[in-house]
Design a protein around this ligand. Sequence first.
Ligand SMILES: Cc1cc2nc3c(=O)[nH]c(=O)nc-3n(C[C@H](O)[C@H](O)[C@H](O)COP(=O)(O)O)c2cc1C
Length: 373
Amino acid sequence: MKLFEPVTVNKMTLQNRVVYPAVVSRLASIEGFVTRELKNRVLRIAKGGVGMIVLEPAGIIARKSGNLLKIHDDKYISGLKELVSEVHKNSGAKIGIQLIHFLKISRSGYRQTLEDLSITEIKQITEDFYSAAERIKTAGFDFIELHCAHAYTLSSFLSLRNKRRDAYGNNMEGRMRLISEVCTAVNKAVGHDYTIGCRINGDEFILGGNTLKQSCVIAERLVQTGVHYISVSAGGKFEDGLIYDGIAWPYSGYSGARAMPPAYMPEGVNVYLAEAIRNVVRSYQVPVIAAGKIQTPVYAESLLKEGKADLVALGRPLICDPDWPVKVENGRSGEIVLCKYCGGCTDNDRNFEPVVCRQWPKGSLDAPVNFKA
Ligand SMILES: Cc1cc2nc3c(=O)[nH]c(=O)nc-3n(C[C@H](O)[C@H](O)[C@H](O)COP(=O)(O)O)c2cc1C
């Protein structure tokens, strides 16, 4: 099967084309450290035979964010190093981490916007990515993914909804300036042989936001800036999000549904976005990852065979059944416990609770061993 053909991303070779994309688990400590529970979650997925793990995002700044990993200080390196080393010892998976920058938000209803940022504050973002990237390489990760999708800072700069009228907005060049500076800085911090990917939105799915037209241009420019893979997500914006407990939640409107497509949406609802972006960057030999309701092995395989993507990301399906890859490879696809896209895990995330699957035994923090349909 093409799913199990190795693929090289920059200098990194993956044992197969199944990706566990970044999925916040809320298993990090409130201070942003790796916990035993988080290690167990990641190891469980690694041992299931996946080729590439994008560890959930680590915040590059000292800013409150619930149980989210942090990497704004050297004190976070040792815990991450242990996690990476356990994954490497126990599996053939390559593991990277998603780096995230987000603006201030508070329960009072206040939400900082990128138009509020001074040039000095913007320059600091690039410096913070640089330092975080150095720490990530020291921790032994195989690659870095920059979170340029959904509601967060890099994505907001890229968006047509960026209303800055200076060098960091105004037109495509301006909207791309911050991410270009960040990519250059991160490349400098880790060296060109080290793999850097970007997760972008193929479409923001908000009024006045980016569509595939802008996203294709963004993807090509990122590749020209030295990015080694593009992971295509969608939506997940604040602009159409509801307010929960005083805080806007970017995954609650229609754009949120496109980021984590619910049961009523069709299989592979965002695949056409990855396919279009792949067509634009194909000549650069840069792989593209598709995501969003890709679950059955037959469907996942067909996407690779038909050239719609180079790799397939399975978020909720691998939370539900981390043994998906090994089962498929060994001809035991019938034993996969299928995700029902019930929304339970996304509810956990929104409520700052450990992200678990409703199909596991009550109280479990991981899929049971020998979990079978
Ligand atoms: C609970 C939860 C948390 C998520 N957190 C992130 C995140 O931090 N960064 C990110 O890029 N995507 C995040 N995602 C989106 C997933 O990576 C994935 O793109 C999405 O769930 C669609 O894939 P799926 O249908 O295979 O689950 C999250 C998804 C879920 C369900």
